[in-house]
Design a protein around this ligand. Structure first.
Ligand code: SAM
Length: 269
């Protein structure tokens, strides 16, 4: 049983850095404050080049969305979306088609407020303030009902969000609930912090985020892969995000830090 009272209790907090604005600061966006920019400076001082990890994750999302559009999936439910700038889902989609729908979901109030104003002139995309740990509040929201047809394939994106869901909130069971709500040919994309290849860097990131409004936890690639359940993983399988269907000009690039694992999978018919 989801404790919705606890999940709804997140208040606006601009004194501590938050994950959404930290990510925006790493991507070079303008929706962040001094606390987040100082976080980036400290992280870069301890882990030079760590900015690439964030850009590589966002590049994974872009390639996943391009793959999905090319395979006829035009509806996107993006949980833990952050601020939808710097090449996010609707920006990628509208370069390819006018037939898309995107529902962004985030639980950080100011992120949602910023995003709402950014999406004002885009009727095919919306954002709701909701906690992904409460699937009912997402799937039964008026915005989901207006934008997304759950009888047709949907791309569920859970990129760099599940590492913010602690074990006590049963992340695997949560993902299963979402998987069950999707029609055949829907897809699930996941990226997640892992300590498998570079435990020192993953440990440093956990330590850094422990002081933010959004502590995170690294998990094993094996644990992350199990989240796909009976969905069929898209070739070439799951991997470090930079190895996942890289752009031809990026295929030989060697990342400095290997701390984000992910992939994309399809719900069988
Ligand atoms: C690192 S950003 C990822 C942004 C985007 N998904 C991407 O990969 O490019 C993580 C986002 O998840 C959000 N988040 C964390 N926990 C959440 C929760 N329980 N429900 C909804 N959003 C959450 C944060 O506010 C933040 O905006």
């Amino acid at each position: 049983m989801v404790d919705t009272q606890r999940l709804m209790s997140r208040k606006m907090d601009i004194d501590r850095p938050c994950a959404a604005r930290i990510y925006d600061a790493f991507l070079g966006g303008s929706h962040n404050f001094g606390v987040e920019r100082r976080f980036v400076e400290r992280a870069e001082a301890e882990l030079p080049g760590i900015t690439e990890v964030y850009r590589d994750n966002r590049a994974f999302v872009r390639r996943a969305v391009e793959y999905l559009l090319a395979h006829g999936v035009h509806q996107f439910l993006d949980l833990g979306s952050g601020i939808p700038t710097i090449g996010h889902v609707h920006e990628v989609a509208r370069r390819r088609t006018s037939e898309f729908r995107v529902l962004y979901v985030d639980n950080e109030p100011l992120t949602v407020a910023h995003s709402r104003s950014l999406l004002d002139d885009e009727p095919r995309a919306a954002i709701i303030e909701a906690d992904c740990r409460d699937p009912e509040s997402v799937l039964r929201s008026p915005e989901a009902e207006a934008l997304i047809d759950f009888d047709r394939p949907v791309a569920l994106l859970m990129s760099a969000v599940l590492h913010f869901v602690p074990d006590r909130d049963s992340p695997a069971a949560l993902v299963e609930t979402y998987r069950k709500a999707l029609a055949p040919d829907s897809h699930l994309a996941i990226t997640h912090l892992t300590a498998d290849h570079d435990p020192a860097t993953a440990g440093t990131m956990e330590r850094f985020y422990a002081e933010t409004a959004d502590p995170l936890v690294a998990r094993s690639a094996r644990w992350i892969d199990a989240l796909f359940g009976d969905f069929e993983v898209v070739p070439q399988g799951t991997s470090h995000v930079t190895d996942w269907r890289p752009d031809p000009d990026q295929a030989s690039a060697v990342p400095r830090y290997r701390v984000v694992h992910g992939g994309l999978a399809r719900k069988p018919g």
